[in-house]
Structure formats: C-alpha cells, structure tokens
Ligand binder design. Structure first.
Ligand SMILES: [Zn+2]
Length: 426
C-alpha cells in the first residue's frame, strides 16, 4: 500500500486543479476534449536541439458549466509563447487578399479618413495595416513579437512591441490616440486575461468607435471536427453566445456578425460601446444566436460528444497512414502550421510515416516540427523527391495548396487532407 501522502488524490481535489473560468470565475469541472501532452506548436526545433529535452504541456480543453466558455488553462505564459512568434501572416496569399478586402470594406462602411485612427492588435508583420497606410489613414500596430513587428516597421507601419491590455489602452487614450476602429484578427482567442483585454477595447474606443474581431467559430470546430486548431496559444474557443456575454460584461454590444471561411470557419464580430452611438443589431446576429441555441451551445451535454469523435478520427488517420506504409508508399507533409503540430503530436505521426514536411516560410525551413521532429524543407523538396502522397497540414488552405502543387499529378502523386475526415484527392 502507498504511504498516505502518495494516495491518489480525491475526485474533488482533482477537479480543483482544473482552475476557474477565465471569464466568469466558476470552477471548471468538465472536459471538452483531451489531446494528451504536446509541446508548444510554434517551438520548432533547431538541428542542435534535436537531442535535448522538450517541454510538453497538457492539451486538455474544458467547458464552463455556467457561461459555456470553452477554454484551455494558461499552462504557458504569453511572454513565453509570443516572444518570438514564427507565423508571418504575409506568407499566405489568400490571407493577404482577405486583409485587403477587409480594409476597403471598413473604409467604406465607417467612413474612415485621414483624421481617423485605426489600431490593430496583434498586427503581425503589418500584413493588414499596410493597406490603411497606403490609403493615407493613420494606423498603429500593437505586436508583442519583436521579430515580426520589425518587419512591419520596415513596411512603414508604426508598431508598438507590446501586449495589449487595459493599461496600454488607457495610455493610448490618454496620449490622444483613441480609436475609430480597433481590429483584432486571431488575437481574442489567444488572450489569457480575457476580461482585461476586452475592457481595454472599450477604453481605447471613441464613443462612435467600432471594434471588429475575427476568431475561429466554436460551432465550426465542433461540426467540422477541427480538433487540430486546439493548441496552447489558443486559450478560448468562442460561440457567438459566449463572446456576446464577455463583451456585454465590459460595456460593448455586438451589432453585426459575419461568418467567414478563414481558418476553417471564423466569426467577424462588430461591436461598439453600449453608451456610445446606438447601432441597429443586424438580422445576422439574431439569426446566428438562434442557430447556436438550436444546435445546443447553451446546453452542457452538447459539449460532451466532441471528444469521442476526435478519438475516432485519430484511428482513421492512422489506419490510412499504416495502410500506405505497408504498401511501401512514400508520404511527405505540406506545411508546418500550429494545427499541424497538434495533429502530428496527438496522432503520434513522426518520420515513421512522414519523410519530411515543407513550408514556404524561410523561418521554419531547416528546423524540425516540435515534439515529432519531422524535418522542414523548402517546397522544392517535393519536386526533387516525388513522394506518392502529400499530407496537407494547413487543410484550411487546401485548395490553394493543391493548386500550387498540382504538378505532383505528373508522377501520380496524391493529396491527403486529414480534416474533417481523412480524404484522398488524386
Ligand atoms: Zn464561465
């Protein structure tokens, strides 16, 4: 028998280790999906680090039974994660086009001009603000990763190397730089101090100001089985229902919403101060709210079905890869995105299945995928080695990638897309 101090902990104390909801503070008791242990998805390994120990953290996602916010505990600080971020937005053509169209639409809709102020939070390499700058509209980026911020500054986009929160918002407002438009694409989900961040949005906005935020939509994650979009950097997984509650608690009302195809299905919400300009709530908000309630996002049981589907998907992916290797086929990866690293680690896919992967970002080339240590080459490697199959890891860009790589069909090469269910495209 174990000594008393080594007895398994009680169910109650195990539950308390899951922490509290980052929005409403309720104790978290329910698992949404458990993807095991994984390293940080952007911590690509250098050649000389291959034999060193790597840090793995739990990828266990919980759901709050009071506000239904789906969330991951903050196992790793944002400083550690985002200090030197490897994702340069400008390497994806479709994302640049998305940004350009957004800028044109916002200038038109909210009548932005030379006396307006636009602030983008997590402005990355200036991929979006560059289009405001070109139109002569004052723009300011806020980006904590110094290496990507430096690229933005070179493009002529003024950028503060900082994390956004209430303190920075108060400083900017006090310096006479309150915003007509605050933009945040793929940042809201990455914020551990959600309440401080959303409070900061309200503080930074002029009374008639508008904030737009894009983030992956929880219902698309669930319905399309996008479990690989779960990673340590991604702390919160929002429905319209849950994000409306968070914004309302900080004096912001969501008046419009768009459903976008980006990142596997995102929402773009439009919000303004509840004490500012009153804006009519669009039908799309009313309709999406109703659709989420109908689908079950305000009932706890609905959240319990996902984990089982994810396990079954893992078995199917491994079935296919094992079958192909038994037939002697060669398989390479395409891309080394964050989502790819969740998939590879959760499924245990290493160089026993994938000979290598390729990525257009020079920052990742010559390195190895975290945890699974698959070498990353420039895309030309595929032309040189002619693999039988290519596993597309950034499946949200699969059409663009299959188009770029269509030459693999010359040697009979085929594409594998793992999500929502593993599919071969010849
Ligand atoms: Zn909660």
């Amino acid at each position: 028998m174990l000594p008393a101090t080594e007895q398994p902990v009680s169910q109650a104390s195990q539950q308390s280790t899951e922490g509290n909801c980052r929005f409403c503070g309720e104790a978290l008791r329910h698992i949404f999906v458990d993807l095991g242990m994984s390293p940080l998805c952007q911590s690509h390994i250098e050649l000389e680090q291959l034999n060193c120990m790597e840090r793995f953290y739990p990828l266990r996602v919980l759901v709050c039974d009071r506000c239904f916010l789906v969330q991951l505990q903050e196992y790793v600080s944002p400083q550690e994660i985002f200090g030197e971020y490897a994702y340069f937005s400008s390497y994806a053509d479709t994302w640049l086009e998305h940004a350009r169209r957004y800028v044109d639409a916002m200038i038109e809709r909210f009548k932005l001009g030379q006396s307006s102020q636009v602030v983008e939070i997590a402005s990355n390499d200036g991929y979006l603000l560059q289009y405001f700058v070109k139109r002569g509209i004052p723009a300011l980026g806020v980006e904590p990763a110094a290496n990507v911020a430096a690229v933005a500054v070179q493009k002529g986009v003024p950028t503060l190397v900082e994390f956004f929160g209430e303190a920075l918002a108060r400083r900017l407002a006090a310096e006479g730089r309150p915003a007509d438009l605050v933009v945040g694409n793929n940042v809201l989900a990455h914020v551990p101090d959600l309440n401080g961040f959303v409070e900061g949005l309200r503080v930074l906005l002029k009374p008639h100001g508008v904030v737009t935020m894009e983030f992956p939509h929880l219902s698309r994650l669930v319905e399309e089985n996008q479990f690989d979009t779960i990673y340590h950097e991604h702390f919160s997984y929002f429905s319209l229902w849950s994000v409306e509650q968070v914004f309302a608690a900080h004096g912001l009302a969501i008046f419009d919403v768009e459903e976008l195809p980006t990142h596997g299905g995102s929402l773009r919400i439009y919000a303004g101060p509840t004490v500012g300009t009153v804006r009519r709530v669009t039908d799309s908000v009313v309709e999406l709210r109703a659709r989420e309630v109908e689908a079950g996002y305000t009932r706890l049981e609905h959240y319990f079905l996902f984990g089982e589907r994810v396990r079954r998907t893992k078995w199917k992916i491994l079935d296919l890869l094992i079958g192909l290797k038994r037939q002697g086929k060669s398989i390479a990866g395409y891309g080394a995105p964050g989502k790819g690293n969740t998939l590879l680690n959760y499924c245990g896919i290493r160089t026993d299945f994938l000979d290598y992967t390729v990525d257009r970002s020079p920052y990742k080339q010559g390195k190895f995928t975290p945890g699974t240590h698959i070498p990353i080459y420039p895309p030309d490697k595929i032309r040189q080695t002619k693999p039988d199959y290519i596993l597309i890891l950034p499946w949200n860009l699969k059409d663009e990638i299959m188009n770029q790589m269509s030459y693999i069909r010359k040697w009979g090469g085929k594409f594998i897309v793992p999500i929502p269910e593993v599919t071969i495209y010849s």
